[in-house]
Design a protein around this ligand. Structure first.
Ligand code: GLA
Length: 393
């Protein structure tokens, strides 16, 4: 992020001078393991990236919000007193949805001008939308407080951002992405219990191993309905299991032993498979966290592999391109584990790769993917960074 250049660009769009322009940033995330478990009250293990959204923000004296992005060039305008009117806009809905939910929660907002720089690749499974939402929440709450000191509760900002995604965008996402974006910590992964929101920062001690993210370059949109469909299937499965397990409030309450005993009650094999994935994935997260704490990266890698296979065969959210990438990684020397990350349906994979093998792996996987799919993938060897904050230096 080049602060001076961004301030100059801001002034180019909105006039004035550098006075009163504030900077906020919030990162994307990579999920190491625990996929499609968050909205089932389960466990996840994401880490915030150093790839982030940065927003420059300056208050206005009226109730208008004006938004632009470095790669967009068109200013979108909305009215804080009539945000519903902006529901269907093509770009800006995440931001305005957050403004709407903040106001509903009682935060006093002021009109403002906002310039976004998005460094998280869009629709790639790395939570570009959560980065935008959480950065916006921090900016709007800070500006709304005027010159008064404000202490922002990052977990509350994560929850408000998630609600915005439900109500404004219509994607019934879990809390993982917004939580990771708000609560990330440099060089740590977040072990999060999505039912209680209890969390633990686990040091990512990866002796001699790198996290390599690969992008299929196939953009996915959760608005297409497949995501909400999976969530509904899990709810349907839970309803049936409640006949035998009346105390279960979410699939997290169903243990592997419970499922082995009562899974047959779910007649529809598709729904049964969805439930099986969630139940065993929760277990894999718990074992992965233990493995990492003990420095057993080989076991961690095996659990990552099992997670992908389950997402491919039982949850059916991988598809040709993600599978091609994972297969290519697995055929390389020095790869300890490899899986899709995020919602699936396109987007990215994450792999643990021995440092000395990273260059060769990228070359081999790049070539194999091009041969199988017909276009290039992209690689990011991103560091694990901090969560949302105002940038004051
Ligand atoms: C998306 C959602 C998350 C989570 C993942 C799948 O990233 O936003 O809440 O459900 O998919 O694990």
């Amino acid at each position: 992020m080049d602060k001076t250049a961004l301030v100059k660009e801001f002034i180019g769009y909105f006039g004035g001078n550098a006075d009163g322009i504030r900077l906020f940033t919030s990162p994307g995330r990579v999920n190491l393991i625990g996929e499609h478990t968050d909205y089932n009250g389960g466990f996840v293990f994401p880490a915030a990236l150093t790839l982030a959204t940065t927003v420059l923000a300056r208050p206005r004296s009226d109730r208008k919000v004006r938004l632009v992005a470095t790669d967009l060039k068109v200013i979108v305008e909305a009215d804080l007193d009539d945000l519903q009117k902006s529901r269907d806009i093509k770009w800006g809905a995440y931001q305005l949805g957050v403004a709407d939910e903040l106001q509903k929660a009682g935060f006093p907002l002021v009109g403002c001008d906002l310039l976004y720089e998005d460094k998280v690749p869009l629709a790639s499974g790395l939570s570009s939308s959560a980065a935008i939402e959480v950065a916006t929440a921090f900016a709007l709450v800070s500006l709304g407080a005027g010159n008064k000191p404000v202490s922002i509760d990052p977990i509350q900002m994560a929850k408000i951002s998630q609600t915005a995604e439900h109500n404004f965008i219509g994607v019934m996402c879990g809390i993982m992405d917004q939580f990771a974006s708000a609560m990330g910590k440099k060089d740590h992964a977040i072990f999060l219990d999505c039912l209680t929101l209890e969390y633990e920062w686990v040091p990512l001690v990866l002796e001699g191993v790198s996290i390599v993210i690969a992008n299929t370059n196939h953009k996915r949109s959760l608005g297409e309905g497949k995501y909400n469909e999976r969530r509904a299937e899990c709810e349907a499965g839970l309803e049936i299991l409640k006949q035998a397990l009346p105390k279960a409030t979410c699939l997290r309450d169903v243990s592997a032993a419970d499922f082995e005993k009562h899974g047959h009650l779910i007649a529809d094999p598709v729904v049964r498979n969805r439930v099986a994935h969630v139940v065993y994935e929760d277990d894999r997260v718990l074992r992965s966290v233990e493995a990492l704490k003990k420095g057993d990266l080989v076991l961690f890698g095996q659990l990552m592999d099992q997670s992908h296979d389950s997402l491919r065969d039982l949850y059916e959210v991988t598809g040709l391109k993600l599978d091609a990438l994972v297969d290519a990684f697995r055929s390389c020397e020095g790869v300890i584990g490899s899986r899709m990350t995020g919602a699936g349906f396109g987007g990215c994979t994450v792999a643990l790769v021995r440092n000395e093998a990273v260059d060769a792996v990228k070359e081999k996987v790049g070539a194999a993917y091009r041969a199988a799919i017909g276009h290039d993938c992209a690689f990011y060897v991103s560091d694990i960074g901090d969560g949302a904050r105002e940038v004051t230096e």
